[in-house]
Write a protein that binds this ligand. Structure first.
Ligand code: MN
Length: 330
């Protein structure tokens, strides 16, 4: 049975919700589903008992849309958007196991979760976003959406498709329909750009100004110091062209953030291994994976900014490690 047909057999209000810390895709799917519920003449209660993410809050605020956490107590029908496991919304776990409750699932995650067999109707499809599924249902049913809802739909799709890096033919079909419905593509795009905190901007600029750049065995190594946001600064240095970025930071403790470019990782350099060897030499904690790793110590001698001496030792180790790896590979 189709979703619209199924909804029209129901009575009473319908709760439309999504997973804990609802992302823009779950949000868009839920608002679109609420529109369908209204279309069949039922009352829709949009509520997000597990809260919504910060980017979701920004989107709703900028679109002038409201949201609420509390769901009405007495509702017997639930449309669950963008999730299908009870652990993703513990706040409603009791309802999910209540046999008198009607569950509908609209999701794009595989394998299907435990709520799918419990649902009276489940629409689980291999689409890059749940909002694609929801928009496709409305489009096929000829249900019109207002411009604001269309923009929210586009934002949800852009979010889960990583700005259309992942897309299906339905993705473009519903995007076209959402645009025809008055959706604002540029606005949707801009809603996903989170304003970087001032502290991060300052850390990046200071990190760049203080940076030293070395060439080791043909690879570019960048080193710098900041008081916070070392990981962001290290990422910035790699995006600016460094193969290996080392950023020392921390005020009450000493931290080291290491980032390795894809190319250098392919050459066999592993940030996690470097971090571990540096950490053991300093009696600190360290670890990570091939592309990103860190070292941390609360050692009194290392309080405040990491001393130049330690930095030199770190750099020396990196140099030695890199050159050994390179000559070993030849
Ligand atoms: Mn999703």
């Amino acid at each position: 049975m189709k979703l619209r047909e199924f909804l029209s057999t129901l009575r009473g209000a319908v709760v439309v919700t999504s997973h804990v810390n609802t992302d823009p895709d779950g949000l868009a799917c839920a608002y679109l589903m609420a529109r369908l519920v209204e279309e069949v003449g039922l009352e829709a209660h949009l509520c997000f008992p597990g809260g919504i993410s910060s980017v979701s809050k920004t989107i709703l605020g900028r679109l002038g849309m409201s949201w609420q956490r509390e769901c009405p107590e007495d509702t017997r029908t639930f449309i669950l958007c963008d999730f299908s496991n009870p652990s993703q919304l513990r706040e409603l776990a009791e309802k999910f196991s209540d046999p008198s409750v009607t569950l509908v699932v609209v999701d794009h995650h595989f394998p299907e979760g435990k709520l799918v067999p419990l649902a009276k109707l489940a629409v689980v499809e291999r689409e890059p976003a749940s909002a694609v599924i929801a928009a496709r249902i409305l489009m096929d049913e000829g249900v019109n959406v207002c411009a604001t809802l269309a923009t929210l739909g586009i934002a949800g799709i852009l979010y889960d498709t990583k700005k259309l890096l992942f897309a299906s033919s339905n993705t473009f079909r519903v995007l076209s329909w959402l645009l025809d419905s008055g959706g604002d593509y540029r606005l949707a795009h801009s809603l996903l750009v989170e304003e970087e905190p001032r502290s991060e901007k300052l850390a990046k600029l200071k990190g760049l100004l203080r940076a030293s750049v070395f060439e080791v065995c043909g690879y570019i190594v960048a080193f710098t110091e900041v008081s916070a946001n070392e990981a962001n600064v290290a990422r910035l240095l790699v995006s600016a062209g460094a193969d290996l970025a080392v950023v020392v930071g921390g005020k009450k403790e000493s931290r080291l953030s290491i980032r390795v470019s894809d190319e250098l990782q392919k050459a066999g350099i592993d940030a996690g291994e470097i971090a571990q060897s540096v950490a053991s030499a300093l009696g600190a904690e360290g670890g990570g994976h091939a592309g990103a790793a860190g070292v941390k110590t609360t050692d009194r001698k290392a309080h405040g900014r990491m001393s130049r001496a330690i930095v030199n030792e770190v750099i020396e180790r990196l140099f030695r490690y890199l050159c050994t790896q390179r000559s070993g590979a030849r």
